[in-house]
Design a protein around this ligand. Structure first.
Ligand SMILES: Nc1ncnc2c1ncn2[C@@H]1O[C@H](COP(=O)(O)OP(=O)(O)OP(=O)(O)O)[C@@H](O)[C@H]1O
Ligand code: SF4
Ligand SMILES: [Mg+2]
Length: 362
């Protein structure tokens, strides 16, 4: 893991990306006629709920959480593929939704790119690789001379450890890992500073995953890139993250310097996720077994969304949404038990002795 001394909130590092109280609601209402006939109201699904964090330039912020917790929606908001319902995204101090002129929008868009989970779906199968990679160069008007573009495409392919000759082939001629390298080369074609990577390795075999993660680390060092790295797997982000955020049903429940979150997790959900993987920090801390399933985001539990799965839930947890409070490590956590100081190691140990209620058994 990268050696990061300052914690996020107390960090003196300059933020390239700032996300401020960002929310996204999807209208998931039945068709108008059905609603009228059945006397139903419109219904909304809050996929991202008041999320705030910032990413210093040249650093990696990883966001983890189980399926359906809003990671991809957040990724799409940050690169401007979705408009936020509320909140702001600032790139280098410029608010995305306030850029009025097309020129300004294009300039900021060039600086941020996204890499998707599925390298099969994100590459046009009818185009040669060189045309796939050249497309952003042309679209952003970065070069017009054909030979110069070919040279640049060759350089980009070599940057991701493929060869210039690979540009003549089609995507289906490559393996999954090679295809993800092509996606990375295309994302880098517009000389971006910030890459949003939405589970870029989860469709790949474990050995190939490690190669792509190493490549991404090398590229970060060589090009000074800033990453928002999204994964459902804490073990994947362990070696990559400077900062770590944990998402649960649309909310970031804990975030901070990655080494602090890994070594000393505060939120019961973070502890639960960490317990599903080997004790990477060898901290010897008490383990909370993973239990239960994520409830439907259509009808999330009241108060703290995590309360039906949490061994420490009480009446307050079921009634009141926990607000972010600073952690001792300079991060933030949303948990009443942490705020009240009742999550001692002893309490955690007792919770472990208590057998799971039948409805809690996963
Ligand atoms: N365009 C949409 N319209 C309606 N609901 C949506 C839309 N996109 C996502 N959702 C819902 O929002 C919630 C969050 O989805 P999202 O894809 O962001 O989760 P995720 O954390 O990326 O999950 P996964 O790990 O499975 O990729 C889900 O309940 C999903 O069904
Ligand atoms: S607020 Fe309550 S239910 Fe939520 S994680 Fe903390 S103790 Fe558990
Ligand atoms: Mg997703």
């Amino acid at each position: 893991m990268a050696d990061v001394a300052p914690a996020v909130l107390g960090s003196q590092e300059e933020a390239l990306v700032e996300v401020v109280e960002l929310s996204k609601e999807f209208d998931v209402s039945p068709p108008l006629l059905t609603r009228l006939l059945q006397g139903q109201q419109k219904s909304f699904l809050r996929a991202v709920d008041e999320v705030s964090f910032s990413i210093p330039r040249g650093r990696t912020f990883s966001l983890v959480g189980e399926s359906g917790c809003g990671k991809s929606t957040l990724a799409r908001l940050v690169v401007g593929l979705y408009a936020p319902t509320r909140g702001r995204i600032l790139i280098d101090g410029k608010e995305l939704s306030r850029l009025r002129s097309r020129r300004e929008q294009a300039q900021v868009r060039r600086r941020l790119q996204m890499i998707f989970q599925d390298p099969f779906a994100s590459l046009n199968p009818r185009w040669r690789v060189r045309d796939i990679i050249a497309e952003p160069i042309r679209a952003h008007g970065l070069m017009s001379d054909r030979k110069a573009i070919d040279r640049r495409v060759g350089e980009l392919l070599e940057l991701v450890r493929l060869t210039a000759a690979d540009g003549l082939k089609y995507p289906h001629e490559f393996s999954g890992g090679q295809r993800q390298r092509i996606s990375i080369a295309r994302a880098l074609a517009s000389n971006p500073e910030f890459l949003v990577c939405d589970e870029p390795t989860s469709a790949l075999d474990v050995s190939v995953q490690a190669q792509i993660l190493n490549l991404m680390k090398d590229l970060q060092r060589e090009l000074g890139l800033t990453y928002l790295f999204i994964s459902h797997d804490l073990a994947v982000v362990y070696h990559l993250s400077d900062y770590l955020g944990v998402m649960y049903l649309g909310r970031v429940v804990e975030w901070g310097a990655a080494r602090n979150v890994f070594a000393n997790p505060q939120h019961p959900y973070t502890r639960m996720l960490l317990d599903a993987i080997p004790d990477l920090e060898m901290s010897g801390r008490q383990r909370i077994p993973v239990r239960g399933e994520v409830p439907s985001p259509m009808d999330p539990p009241s108060g703290c969304h995590f309360n039906p799965r949490c061994p420490f839930a009480n009446e307050r947890c079921r009634a009141e949404i926990p607000m972010p409070i600073p952690t001792v490590h300079g991060g933030e956590v949303r948990c009443h038990a942490v705020e009240e100081g009742r999550l001692t190691e002893e309490v955690v140990r007792d919770a472990l002795r208590r057998p799971l209620a039948e409805e809690e058994v996963p």
